[in-house]
Design a protein around this ligand. Structure first.
Ligand code: MG
Length: 384
């Protein structure tokens, strides 16, 4: 397999899965953006054929550290996309951060690779063209996101039975139950403290704003071909039920487990087989009560923005995603307050040029335009 984004939260856990099953999986390609030291350690352990460091300033360091091995070292975004098409690769795990996942994923699909998708922004920004390319190339996209893995597991054996409704569960993040007045002075450290999952910084902020559920709703729309109005977000603070599917006879199937990303990562790689996994087991008598409630869309405005974006279609989800990436970064750098994230996304969605049926080049331009617009809005509203 090629593991794109090997030093992030999903990447390192994917390598844990490979460590547990050295006979089942073989690492051909590892790529990382900035974390050169960790990438070097991973390359020495897993002995891939190719390593790519995205940030070219680290190229010489990585090349010199691996000079005594058989691993070939490349640098730059273009090399990440090229490595995904390498002939000896069957499966590409896309664990890259944000919009940067779209172009390598498209290249991998065009090269006929099975995609184990952890990068939800790929489907948010480019769902229509990614799914069309996957159909044309007869390539499977298997979800790694825990909710989508749950839905995928619920659908196993259902063949052509139509899905009536998807219940996408989410913990509600660290600010569940809080109102807008209580969220005015939130600091990044508070927003990064997720109650049930340990994740990267960007997705942790997305969980705190509920944008993560918005992105996942759009991801589910494309993965499972379900209308957005048939995907309902349900807040479930214990993170035990990872999502549910209901069918036309009223039956509801759910997938349960303790929150641990190694299970959905491994399932995406081993499907249709289930392999052993050394993780703690769920004991519902210990868990006690499970709670479910409706999301508070007055306080968490990113979620309705995501429904608005997918209803509008075209490049609107791409615009929303780009503005979100810029606003989240600005919040992490303490340049904007927490509640400004949704406002900035909404205002960028009003201003960016709308395209009803963009191709990949137009999406790349739209992404760049939306980032620029959102930065301008930040510069005007929050001068440093
Ligand atoms: Mg998720």
């Amino acid at each position: 397999m090629a593991l794109l984004g090997s030093t992030g939260s999903i990447g390192t856990q994917a390598l844990d899965v490979v460590r547990q099953h050295p006979d089942a999986f073989c690492i051909e390609v590892l790529t990382a953006q900035n974390q050169a030291d960790l990438l070097i350690r991973q390359a020495l352990e897993f002995k891939p054929n190719i390593v790519v460091i995205g940030n070219e300033t680290h190229y010489e360091k990585v090349r010199d550290a691996l000079a005594h091995t058989d691993t070939k070292v490349f640098a730059g975004a273009g090399s990440i996309a090229d490595a995904a098409t390498c002939e000896s690769v069957d499966t590409v795990v896309t664990a890259l951060l944000g919009y940067a996942g779209l172009n390598p994923t498209m290249k991998a699909i065009q090269a006929g690779k099975h995609i184990a998708l952890a990068n939800k922004e790929t489907l948010v920004a480019g769902g229509a063209i990614v799914c069309r390319a996957a159909r044309e190339q007869q390539v499977a996209i298997t979800p790694i996101d825990s909710e989508h893995s749950a839905i995928f597991q619920c659908l196993a054996g259902e063949y052509m039975n139509p899905v009536e409704r998807i219940f996408l569960t989410g913990s509600g993040g660290p600010f569940r139950g809080k109102k807008r007045e209580q969220l005015q002075d939130i600091k990044p450290e508070q927003a990064l403290k997720h109650p049930t999952w340990h994740m990267g910084r960007k997705i942790s902020i997305d969980s705190a704003t509920l944008m993560n559920k918005g992105l996942e709703m759009i991801e589910a729309r494309w993965l499972f071909g379900v209308k957005p109005q048939d995907i309902e977000v349900v807040i479930h603070p214990e993170s035990i039920v990872h999502s549910m599917v209901s069918f036309q006879d009223g039956s509801v199937k759910a997938q349960l487990g303790l929150p641990d990303m190694k299970l959905p990562i491994q399932y995406a790689l081993s499907f249709p087989q289930r392999l052993s996994l050394d993780v703690p087991r769920l004991d519902l008598t210990q868990t006690g009560n499970l709670h479910f409630e409706k999301p508070d869309t007055e306080t968490f405005r990113c979620l309705p923005l995501a429904y608005q974006a997918i209803d509008k279609g075209g490049n609107m989800p791409c615009i929303m995603n780009a503005a979100n990436e810029i606003a989240v970064q600005a919040f992490l750098e303490e340049r904007i307050p927490f509640l400004a994230i949704a406002d900035l996304i909404s205002r960028t969605m009003e201003r960016a040029s709308f395209l009803p049926a963009p191709n990949i080049e137009e999406l790349n331009e739209s992404d760049a335009e939306s980032r620029r617009l959102c930065q301008e809005l930040i510069g005007t509203a929050f001068p440093s």
